[in-house]
Ligand binder design. Structure first.
Ligand SMILES: *Cc1c(COP(=O)(O)O)cnc(C)c1O
Length: 384
C-alpha cells in the first residue's frame, strides 16, 4: 500500500547539506527517553502534567495567558475556525502561497477559501483584501510565510472595518515579531505547528494555539477534548486533538534550545543575504527594521524560471538540498479545481513559485556550508 508520504526522507541521504537535520538534533535522544519513563510509570498519557507544563512555558515565552496544546498545526487552524463558528456557507480570505494545510483546514472546517495574491515578501497583499470581501466573508487567515509576519497594522484595520476575525497561521513564525509583538498575538487565534521540521519541533505531530481572550481559550479547550467539561458532561460536540503527553516532554526539551535554534537561523540567513545580494541574477528579499523574521525557510529568487531551474539542478548536483516551497501554488493544485481558479489569477504568487529557491539554514548549517552554497550560486549565475 502506498501511503503518500513524500520520499524525500529517503532521498535526503544523498545530500551533504539537508533541510532534514533530525538525526543530528536528536543524537542525544537517550536523555529524553529517560524523561519518558516518568510519564509511562504514572500512566499520564492524555493531557498529562507535561502538557500543562508545556502550555505554561509557551505562555511565558510569548507573554500570553491563553495557550492550548493540540494535535497538530492543521488542527490548530481548523479548531480556531470552529471556535469562531466559521463553517458551511462562510468564506475565509487567505493566500494561495502557502502549505496545503492552511487551505485544508479551512475546507475541513466547512468554509470556502478565497485567495488574495501576495507581495514580493511572499505574504498576503493587504491592498487587495477589501476587493474580495463579500457578505459571506467571516475571517482573514494570514500566513506569516517563512517566519516573516504579514503587514498586521493594515490587515487589523481592514478586519476591524468589516468586523472580520483574524486567524494567524504562525506555523513558520514562533517568536517572530512585528513592531515588537509576537506572531500569534495579532489575531483571535495564533496557530503553531510542532512538526519535526518546524523551528520548534517534536518526534511526530503536534501543535498549539494562542487565544486572544479567555472565552476563546475555554472554547478551544473544550473542542480539543470532545467538548467535555468533565467525565460525564458533553457540553458541545468536539474533536480529539490533544498534544500527546510524551510529545510534550520532547517539546519542553527542545524549547530550551529554541533561542539558539532561532538565532542560528537568523544569523545564517543574514549571512546568505549579505553575499547572495551581490550576485547577478539573484534577488534577495527586502528586509524591514520593524520585523524580526525567524527564517523557517531561507528563500531567494532567480531572475527567471529557466535560470532558476538550472540553478536548482546545479545545487542538487553539488549535494545541496535546495528546494522550492512550493512549485505549484494552492489555486493551481488539483484539489482547488472546484473553486475555478486558473493560471494568471495571482501573478505575484505564480512568479514567486516559478523563480524561488529555498535553502537550509537550520542550526547545523555552518559558515563553511554557507560559503559552499554561495560559491555554487555565484559560479552558476554571476556570468550569465
Ligand atoms: C506545517 C504547516 C502547517 C501544518 O502544521 P502541521 O503541524 O503539519 O499540521 C500549516 N501551515 C503552514 C504554513 C505550515 O508550514
Amino acid at each position: 500500500m502506498k501511503n503518500y508520504l513524500p520520499k524525500q526522507y529517503l532521498k535526503d541521504k544523498k545530500f551533504d547539506l539537508k533541510h532534514n537535520y533530525l538525526s543530528e538534533q536528536f543524537s542525544n535522544y537517550k536523555s529524553i527517553l529517560k524523561k519518558f519513563e516518568k510519564v509511562i510509570l504514572n500512566n499520564d498519557f492524555t493531557l498529562g502534567k507535561k502538557v500543562d507544563e508545556f502550555e505554561k512555558k509557551i505562555s511565558k515565552l510569548l507573554s500570553t495567558k491563553y495557550v492550548v496544546a493540540v494535535g497538530s498545526g492543521t488542527d490548530a487552524i481548523m479548531l480556531s475556525l470552529k471556535a469562531l463558528n466559521i463553517g458551511e456557507g462562510d468564506e475565509v480570505i487567505t493566500t494561495p502561497y502557502t502549505f496545503y494545510a492552511t487551505i485544508g483546514a479551512i475546507v475541513t472546517a466547512g468554509a470556502k477559501p478565497v485567495f488574495v495574491d501576495v507581495k514580493y515578501d511572499y505574504n498576503i497583499n493587504p491592498d487587495l483584501i477589501e476587493k474580495k470581501i463579500t457578505k459571506k466573508t467571516k475571517a482573514i487567515l494570514v500566513v506569516h510565510w517563512s517566519g516573516r509576519i504579514c503587514e498586521m497594522d493594515k490587515i487589523s484595520k481592514i478586519a476591524k472595518r468589516h468586523s472580520l476575525h483574524i486567524v494567524e497561521d504562525a506555523c513558520h513564525a514562533i517568536t517572530a515579531t512585528y513592531k515588537k509583538t509576537f506572531a500569534g498575538k495579532f489575531g483571535d487565534f495564533g496557530c503553531f505547528s510542532l512538526h519535526p521540521l518546524k523551528n520548534l519541533n517534536i518526534w511526530g505531530d503536534g501543535g498549539f494555539l494562542v487565544a486572544k481572550n479567555k472565552k476563546y481559550y475555554e472554547k478551544i479547550k473544550l473542542l480539543r477534548n470532545h467538548g467535555l467539561i468533565n467525565r460525564n458532561t458533553n457540553k458541545i460536540f468536539g474533536y480529539n486533538s490533544r498534544l500527546d503527553t510524551l510529545q510534550a516532554v520532547v517539546a519542553i526539551e527542545l524549547l530550551k534550545k529554541l533561542k539558539f535554534i532561532t538565532n542560528s537561523r537568523i544569523n545564517n540567513s543574514k549571512y546568505l543575504d549579505k553575499y547572495l545580494k551581490k550576485i547577478n541574477n539573484v534577488i534577495t528579499k527586502e528586509r524591514r527594521e520593524n520585523l524580526n523574521e525567524v527564517f523557517h525557510l531561507y528563500e531567494f529568487r532567480v531572475i527567471n524560471k529557466k535560470l532558476r531551474d538550472k540553478l536548482l539542478k546545479t545545487l542538487i548536483k553539488n549535494k545541496i538540498d535546495a528546494k522550492v516551497h512550493y512549485p505549484v501554488p494552492m489555486h493551481l493544485q488539483p484539489a482547488s479545481k472546484i473553486y475555478g481558479y486558473k493560471k494568471g489569477d495571482f501573478p505575484i504568487t505564480e512568479m514567486l513559485a516559478d523563480t524561488s529557491i529555498s535553502l537550509p539554514v537550520h542550526e547545523f548549517i555552518r559558515t563553511k556550508h554557507l560559503n559552499k552554497i554561495i560559491n555554487v550560486i555565484k559560479n552558476k549565475l554571476d556570468d550569465k
